[in-house]
Design a protein around this ligand. Structure first.
Ligand code: PBG
Length: 376
């Protein structure tokens, strides 16, 4: 027997071999696209700190939703930006407000073929930019905010949201929203809880994206970066309050939190690759310092490997396009950096848009499985 006896490199020798032994894969149905729709626009407006991402008009939003559906994405997450704001965030409650009417319009357009989710938070709608109501002492009033969230959740469900996603990190928010939905006859509308959401500098570009009015920070309600055990407490509380899915956010700098969460959660776990994560990749790629496609793919694989069932990412549509291209071609490596279809490529059937179903990944399968759902 020659030395070395063990040669793990044998399984890395070709793209086909690496594909066979890959423990984690990406699929379009793993990806959720966050989208911004801004009231009063006549043209989409680029977000300078997020090259390639725009604030949509109400019309261009529908095109983006159709594209997301045709690509077989898991869903889209809608953020609305109103023309007028007030201290109460009234525009978020108004059934005719930008977010609620956009939910309705998108739902009318894509029907049951795409999961339409809505951000359930006040920060886009308040003139002070906080996620809740601010009391006389200048503090974000947890319990007063809960009543508003309850009403907002019902308004979003009434507009047709398939999933509501409370992101404000108020204590008790999942329970009050669940109760309000149930009382209003929306027992079937799931809650995706931003359970472990950290006060993060990685949200920087999002402030431009939603024209945020915030001065200061959200450290009194979002989690503190040093804390890991506390994240489990937040996740457990949200599960006890009835969360149907839980989220960790941001993603890349919090993969330990994601891994911990996946280990204890018996519901699907989402991770949000946030605006700053996107911006850093774009900036480095634009400088030629990293290979854009390789790093985007690697970043998403890492998030899935850490335990995410699905990933919210501004790259969702682009990456889904790559995945389709790779599967349609003869070179199916998820890390292929230029997957052009050779002229003689066998005619594999194209990926049909998948109807997202609850059965995509059985709950008893490990979260880091290689479970690549069928592509038709
Ligand atoms: C709050 C919300 C934020 C993001 C998503 N929902 C901002 C914040 O908490 O400060 C950030 C998303 C991103 O940075 O991409 N409604």
């Amino acid at each position: 027997m020659s030395f070395p006896e063990q040669r793990p490199r044998r399984l890395r020798r070709s793209p086909a071999m690496r594909r066979m032994v890959a423990e984690t894969r990406l699929h379009p149905a793993d990806l959720i696209l966050p989208v911004f729709v801004r009231e009063g626009l006549t043209e989409p407006v680029p977000i300078s700190s997020m090259p390639g991402v725009v604030q949509h008009t109400e019309a261009s939003l529908l095109t983006a939703a159709e594209e997301a559906r045709d690509l077989g994405l898991a869903g889209i997450m809608l953020f609305g930006i109103p023309t007028t704001r007030d201290a109460q965030g009234s525009a978020g409650l108004d059934p005719q407000g930008i977010l609620n009417r956009s939910i309705r319009a998108v739902k009318d357009r894509v029907g049951e073929d795409l999961v339409v989710m809505s951000d359930l938070c006040l920060d886009e709608f308040t003139d002070h930019g906080h996620c809740g109501l601010v009391d006389e002492a200048g503090e974000v009033d947890n319990d007063a905010t809960l009543e508003v969230y309850a009403e907002m959740g019902v308004a979003q469900a009434e507009a047709g949201a398939d999933v509501v996603a409370p992101s404000g990190m108020m204590d008790g928010q999942v329970a009050v929203i669940r109760q309000a939905l149930d009382e209003a006859g929306h027992q079937h509308v799931p809650i995706l809880a931003y359970a472990a959401k950290y006060a993060s500098g990685f949200y920087g570009p999002f402030r431009e994206a939603v024209d945020s009015q915030l001065k200061g920070d959200r450290k009194q309600y979002q989690m503190d970066a040093p804390n890991r055990t506390e994240a489990l407490r937040e996740v457990e509380l949200d599960l006890a309050e009835g969360a149907d899915m839980v989220m960790v956010k941001p993603a890349s700098a919090y993969l330990d939190i994601l891994s911990d969460t996946a280990a204890i959660s018996d519901v699907p776990v989402s991770a949000y690759q946030v605006s700053g994560e996107y911006a850093m990749i774009e900036a480095a790629a634009a400088n030629g310092w990293i290979d854009r496609r390789t790093v985007i793919t690697e970043s998403l694989i890492a998030i899935r490997r850490a335990g995410a069932t699905n990933v919210l990412t501004y790259y969702a549509a682009e990456v889904a396009g790559w995945l389709r291209e790779e599967l349609a071609g003869s070179r199916g490596s998820a890390s292929a950096s230029s997957a052009q279809t050779p002229p003689s490529a066998p005619a594999h059937p194209p990926i049909e848009p998948r109807r997202p179903t609850a059965s995509t990944r059985p709950a008893d399968q490990p979260r880091t499985d290689a479970g690549f759902p069928p592509v038709s």
